[in-house]
Design a protein around this ligand. Structure first.
Ligand code: NOJ
Length: 588
């Protein structure tokens, strides 16, 4: 009975939405967008993030390539995206899958050629999409020519391009800092008889930003890509570029070390460097910048974004780290509450509402899949993905959609640590064992946090290797790919992909969603995430049930409003079904 009703509703609504310009499984997004003089292009449309190795492979080597993106640009356009953030594609030994750059102004042959890149920029431009590059300027690869020279002696021209320090009198490392991937943050170099600092792996030595020649070289590299017509930059690990006094901290783990994050992230003086960076490279250009800023908190945002800030947006992580104990990175999941998620997002909204802008994101290549991360175990994947999408695309800010999120991808759980490629998962597993956890328990942490959860290849169809490659994929394809893939979702009007496209269409028709104010509602409700978006007479209300139980919905919230999108059909006005998402529009 219910099913028949729902089917009927879907057909009725499907038709109505199609008339209104929202085609359910087709191109929901029209070419036209409202352009407001006050808003910049990157504020009103989503950004789509592509992970280098896992998008689409045209050569059969099992690894993504640039022509693979060019082939699938229309998939991205139909989500309403105006920019693609491309995680690093530069030559790299791939110890950290490209976040260890050997040459800042070239393309790694495994991904294609510079001509392929230029063709991608042009093909994207034809679709009004810009390519955004990832600048990894806190560190380079240890195979970068700069480091190879620097490590040779204490007197060569690049001797001071990295952070070198003498050993302590007993020969041990200069400080007791633990790198983010585990182990000491210092590695000994025989040639110089000194240690060098690495916030991440030993193959990612930190560049010395105190040296003006280093800063000039980095700015030149960024300008190289601007000259190629890119639309902006995501700036990696930026809070670590300024090192405070080199002193020991209080150990916080069984290894006797202290997390480098607590010692060096966002320390005084960093903004001087970043203001220079902005003035030299970004100022006055029609591009956007988004800094990856773990360690920058909502109260810091006024200095980081907006007119007097250094970037257009920063990824601030307080809502992503709720399952982590204080200061910890990628270990021991701990329970968290919906009210904490709301409070974290509210703090970012508040800090940027007068002056500044923020990205909205729940996934990226370093995070678990959002259907696992933000919903209780046992949550229906499809419903959870639609619930997350509804918040992502209606909250104030620029939505960042991470590849596969628009298809509701979920985590993997491979049996052995040897199945994992992610360097941080290996570090996390080792730390867990050192702290006395059993190998089985340590694997549960890996299952929860591993970055490989987000790095499995895209699932394009239900053919061999999900249509990702004709060769052997570099990482196994998700086991559920036959049910979860783009081709299947394209054909289903009720799919997660169709829901994303409808949301993208709704954003185009309602300036309240792109430009309106945002009022967070029901802050102490542990089930329902609710907020209102308003721009003049255009007023929308989003309500999403994050729990697996029915949730009451105060009548006062929906009075005088009509439903414009509902993941479960019209339903009762005063209740939300488990994981249900609805958007209402004010009718007076
Ligand atoms: C943050 C990047 O997102 C992550 O993937 C990388 O491992 C580190 N920075 C080091 O570059």
């Amino acid at each position: 009975m219910m099913k028949r009703f729902w089917e009927k509703w879907r057909k009725g609504w499907g038709a109505a939405l199609a008339c209104a310009g929202v085609l359910l499984a087709g191109p929901a997004v029209s070419a036209e967008t409202h352009e407001s003089p006050e808003m910049r292009w990157w504020q009103t449309a989503p950004v789509y993030q592509i992970y280098p190795r896992s998008f689409a492979d045209t050569t059969g080597d099992g690894i993504w390539d640039i022509p693979g993106i060019t082939r699938h640009l229309d998939h991205i356009r139909r989500l309403g995206a105006k920019a693609i953030w491309l995680t690093p594609v530069y030559p790299s030994p791939m110890v950290d899958n490209g976040y260890d750059i050997a040459d800042y102004t070239a393309i790694d042959p495994v991904y294609g050629t510079m001509a392929d890149f230029d063709r991608l920029v042009a093909a994207a431009k034809d679709r009004d999409i810009r390519i955004v590059m990832d600048l990894v300027f806190n560190h380079s690869s240890d195979r970068n020519a700069w480091f190879l020279e620097s490590r040779q002696s204490r007197t060569n021209p690049k001797a001071d391009w990295y952070i070198w320090r003498d050993a302590k009198p007993d020969g041990s490392a200069p400080t007791n800092w633990r790198s983010i991937f585990g182990g000491s943050a210092w590695t000994w170099c025989e040639e110089r008889g000194q240690y060098y600092l690495h916030t991440f792996s030993p193959q990612q030595p930190d560049l010395n930003w105190e040296n003006p020649a280093v800063r000039r070289a980095l700015y030149d590299a960024a300008r190289f890509w601007l000259d190629k017509g890119v639309g902006g930059f995501r700036i990696d690990a930026i809070p670590y570029i300024k090192n405070p006094a080199f002193r020991d901290g209080t150990p916080d783990g069984a290894d006797g070390l202290v997390s480098i994050h607590t010692m060096t992230a966002n320390t005084p003086g960093i903004l001087d460097f970043l203001h220079e960076f902005k003035a030299e490279v970004f100022a006055g250009r029609d591009i956007f910048t988004v800094g990856e800023a773990n360690g920058v908190h909502p109260e810091d945002l006024p200095q980081w974004v907006g007119e007097n800030g250094v970037f257009d947006m920063v990824f601030e992580f307080s809502h992503m780290g709720l399952a982590l104990k204080d200061g910890e990175i990628w270990c021991h999941p701990t329970p968290w509450k919906l009210t904490e998620l709301k409070a974290a997002l509210t703090a970012t909204q508040e800090a940027t509402k007068e002056n500044g802008w923020c990205p909205v994101f729940f996934e990226n290549h370093d995070q678990p899949r959002s259907v696992n991360h933000f919903f209780p175990p046992g949550a229906d994947r499809e419903k959870a993905a639609k619930a997350m999408a509804t918040v992502l695309l209606t909250l104030r800010g620029t939505p960042f959609i991470y590849e596969g999120q628009e298809l509701g991808y979920s985590n993997v759980a491979w049996p052995s640590i040897d199945d994992y490629n992610d360097i941080s998962s290996h570090g996390q597993y080792k730390i867990a064992l050192e702290e006395g956890f059993s190998p089985e328990k340590a694997m549960t942490f890996v299952h929860f946090f591993s970055r490989d959860n987000a790095r499995t290849p895209m699932q394009w169809d239900n053919g061999r290797n999900a249509g990702f490659t004709t060769g052997k994929p570099w990482l196994p394809v998700h086991k559920d790919y036959a049910r979860q893939n783009t081709a299947v979702e394209e054909r289903d009007r009720g799919s997660i992909l169709a829901w994303y496209r409808q949301l993208a269409g709704l954003r185009q028709r309602h300036r309240a969603l792109t430009e309106g104010s945002c009022e967070m509602l029901l802050p102490s409700d542990e089930q329902v995430f609710a907020f209102a978006r308003t721009r003049g007479q255009d007023r929308l209300l989003t309500v999403v049930n994050f729990s697996l139980e029915e949730a009451p919905l105060p009548e006062s919230l929906t009075a005088g409003k009509k439903l414009v999108m509902g993941s479960e059909g019209p339903g009762e006005r005063t209740r939300l079904r488990p994981l249900e998402a609805r958007i209402y529009e004010a009718i007076e």
